[in-house]
Ligand binder design. Structure first.
Ligand code: ADP
Length: 496
């Protein structure tokens, strides 16, 4: 049965002032409505931002360990609800249940990790060059954050943004993806249940115009965006013009390099997971596989056969290995890319069609698709497809492989399979991506290290944990000098 979800503004669940709604569907059975959600206007965004601004002073002055304790409660609630939430992720977004549970687990991990940050959030205390003076730096919150999230990790990505923003003392307005409003609502319900004060977290559902109203709102101090490259660029430009803190995480054209000396069975497993896991709808999905010539024919035959055996269907069924594409629009986009690949004269080795057998006839399923004879200039080799479509390339040398891997505007994730320690060291150094995997697929980031990429993949501080991670996005530095000498002391000038 369809669930009616609402906006959450100043601690109250409300509809849009417009009275308009939109629906989310189950992509495995597109005749099933999952949720009816408010289509929010600028006025709704304004209400939410005002609530966040009002809540800011008290929240930012609350001791950070206390904010952390609330996040521990969120982590515990998420753990308790993991199965129910995982099933909702599968119903609303389509990924298979084990992956949906992984999505929720990532949110749990982030809640525990960021809860711990409540007792760290450390700055520096350094000696002053002058007597009777001390010097320190402290992290302070940015203010009100607008968080805009995509549909592919409908619980994990909101968690990646909300939890560090909150522990750092910011208040938040979340605008989740229009494809997955129910998942975002459940996340915010848990925050309410954990006892966050009214106005600290606000939720406004809607489409791109709602997101853009949030980016442009003068009461918003920072923007954290994950989504498509084109929207990310627009968000960056709007935020920069208004001097807002901003981080964007957008596209990828991730690559797996398979050297001839590799454990090739392992490489096949990694390639299948990278290309077809989450139906290719991860920012880190492998959409290019570069194989060294002596292993190419063997790899191609094995990979094609294994892809052909993947079982498509409803992700709630335990036998399903690959779920649907999230929406009709994305489904059409992926089919258009496949048509372009054929027009560009790449060889369609397998797949390439909508999959409509049996129970799949009502869903947005596409066969695992493999192209060969792809040249680097082709659109399918350059643009992010975000579906179960992969291009295979043959190279002679490691240099050629690395050159081809880096020949993209994006730079999120890259992987190399090899037993040669020198080759792996060179790849580690020379692959121009934010994430490099050795003998593992392009997928598998853990939350305790920064996540993000180079070049057009994104801008601003990285997300997730570790030095240089999300705390650099959600805080700014304040430096404090305290002079207790009782005399005028001039730095750089008064030297004894
Ligand atoms: P995709 O749907 O391919 O993931 P989008 O960039 O369209 O990528 O969407 C990601 C998120 O950004 C969604 O929450 C969407 O509503 C939002 N969004 C889309 N257009 C804009 C925009 N112009 N400004 C701000 N947010 C936007």
């Amino acid at each position: 049965m369809a669930e009616r979800v609402q906006n959450f503004i100043n601690g109250r669940w409300v509809d849009s002032r417009s009275g308009r709604t939109f629906i989310s569907l189950n992509p495995a059975h597109a005749d099933e409505t999952v949720a009816v959600a408010p289509d929010s206007t600028m006025t709704d965004v304004d209400d939410a931002v005002k609530a966040a601004r009002t809540a800011l002073p008290a929240w930012s002055h609350m001791p950070a360990p206390r904010r952390g304790e609330l996040l521990f409660k969120v982590a515990e609630l998420l753990t308790r609800r993991k199965t129910a939430l995982g099933k909702l992720v599968t119903r609303e977004m389509g990924k298979v249940l084990p992956e949906a549970l992984g999505d929720v687990q990532e949110a749990i991990d982030m809640a525990y990790y960021m809860a711990g940050e409540g007792r760290r959030l450390s700055g520096e205390t350094v000696p002053s060059e002058l007597p009777n003076k001390d010097a320190k730096s402290v992290r302070v919150p940015i203010g009100v954050f607008g968080c805009i999230t995509p549909w592919n990790f409908p619980t994990a990505i909101p968690a990646w943004k909300l939890f560090p923003a909150l522990v750092a003392g910011n208040t938040v307005v979340l605008k989740p993806a229009e494809e997955t409003p129910a998942c975002a609502t459940k996340m915010v319900e848990l925050l309410e249940e954990a006892g966050l004060p009214p106005g600290v977290v606000n939720l406004v559902h809607g489409f791109g115009k709602t997101g853009e109203a949030l980016v442009n709102h003068p009461g918003v101090d920072g923007i954290s965006f994950t989504g498509s490259a084109a929207t990310g660029r627009r968000v960056e430009a709007l935020a920069a013009a208004a001097h807002k803190a901003c981080s964007t995480e957008t596209g990828g054209k991730n690559v797996i390099i398979v050297m001839a000396d590799a454990d090739l069975d392992l490489a096949i497993d990694g390639a299948l997971w990278g290309a077809f896991g989450t139906t290719g709808q991860r920012c880190t999905a492998a959409s290019r596989i570069i194989v060294q010539a002596p292993a190419y024919d063997w790899f191609l035959a094995r990979f094609t056969k294994a892809a052909g055996r993947l079982k498509l269907g409803d992700g709630l069924k335990s036998s399903t290995q690959m779920g649907p594409i999230v929406s009709k629009a994305q489904y059409q986009r992926v089919l258009d890319y496949i048509a372009t690949g054929r027009k560009e004269r790449a060889t369609l080795l397998r797949g390439g069609r909508a999959y409509t057998k049996g129970e799949c006839k009502q869903g947005y399923f596409i066969e695992p698709t493999i192209f060969t004879d792809v040249t680097p200039a082709m659109k399918i080799a350059r643009e992010e497809i975000f579906g179960p479509v992969v291009c295979l390339f043959k190279v002679e040398t490691l240099d050629e492989a690395i050159g081809l891997a880096n020949d993209t505007v994006y730079g999120l994730s890259a992987s190399i399979y090899t037993r040669d320690v020198n080759a792996s060291a060179r790849a580690e150094r020379e692959l121009d991506t934010g994430l490099v995997y050795i003998n593992a697929s392009t997928i598998g980031a853990e939350i305790q290290l920064p996540f993000g990429g180079t070049k057009a993949t994104g801008s601003g501080p990285r997300e997730a944990g570790g030095r240089g991670g999300a705390l650099d996005l959600y805080t700014k530095w304040k430096v404090i000098y305290r002079d207790f000498s009782g005399t005028l002391q001039r730095a750089q000038i008064d030297k004894e």
